[in-house]
Design a protein around this ligand. Structure first.
Ligand code: GLN
Length: 191
């Protein structure tokens, strides 16, 4: 169905393999991105979860920062990926790309810091999403064009800004493909 499309998953560090598996399940061609030139082959890009400080270092070590800055196709950032795409992570070790005008705070869930599963309310589907949060950040201060697509109680956990989506949880760790499908549609529309 999606055979004309290739989605790259940044594979420098973190939870990239489950994203690849989920995309393959949806019949999307995938490519693991480790070198700057590989980005050219992608119609969309997934920034996985992991450790944003380490990922940030590796982005610079692999000389891939300026290519990501210029990448204007759809991007999906999960957890550490969302931190890196935000305007400010509140941590001087994390130089963010500022592609989405929203702030992030690393490891901000207090006593639920390590991990938890909770029902996220989606704006585009009545069925809640059982979301896995792992040392998740919190999102705050979205600018007015940032669309809030998912909430957990009063917290924003899924947003879209232009052709970029961010989740503070890990949809690739469940069997629920709805958020990846949402992203694949975004990539298709942008092609
Ligand atoms: N706590 C991690 C960070 O700050 C993010 C965790 C994750 O991606 N699951 O980068």
């Amino acid at each position: 169905m999606y055979d004309k499309m290739t989605i790259g998953v940044l594979g420098l560090q973190g939870a990239f393999s489950k994203h690849l598996a989920m995309l393959r399940n949806l019949n999307v061609n995938t490519i693991l991105i480790r070198y700057p030139d590989e980005l050219e082959k992608c119609d969309g890009l997934i920034f996985p979860g992991g450790e944003s400080t380490t990922m940030c270092k590796l982005i610079d070590e692999m000389n891939i920062r300026s290519r990501i800055e210029k990448f204007d196709r759809p991007i999906f950032g999960t957890c550490a990926g969302a931190i890196l795409l935000s305007t400010d992570a509140g941590d001087s070790r994390v130089q963010t790309f500022g592609k989405v005008p929203i702030k992030t705070r690393r490891n901000a869930w207090g006593r639920q810091l390590e991990s938890f599963i909770s029902d996220v309310r989606l704006s585009f589907d009545p069925e809640p999403f059982k979301a896995v949060f792992i040392r998740a950040p919190k999102l705050s201060d979205p600018e007015k064009d940032v669309k809030i697509l998912g909430t957990l109680n009063d917290e924003i956990v899924l947003v879209q800004y232009q052709n970029i989506i961010l989740t503070t949880f890990h949809p690739e760790l469940t069997d629920d493909t709805r958020i990846h499908e949402y992203f694949v549609k975004l990539v298709e529309e942008n092609k």
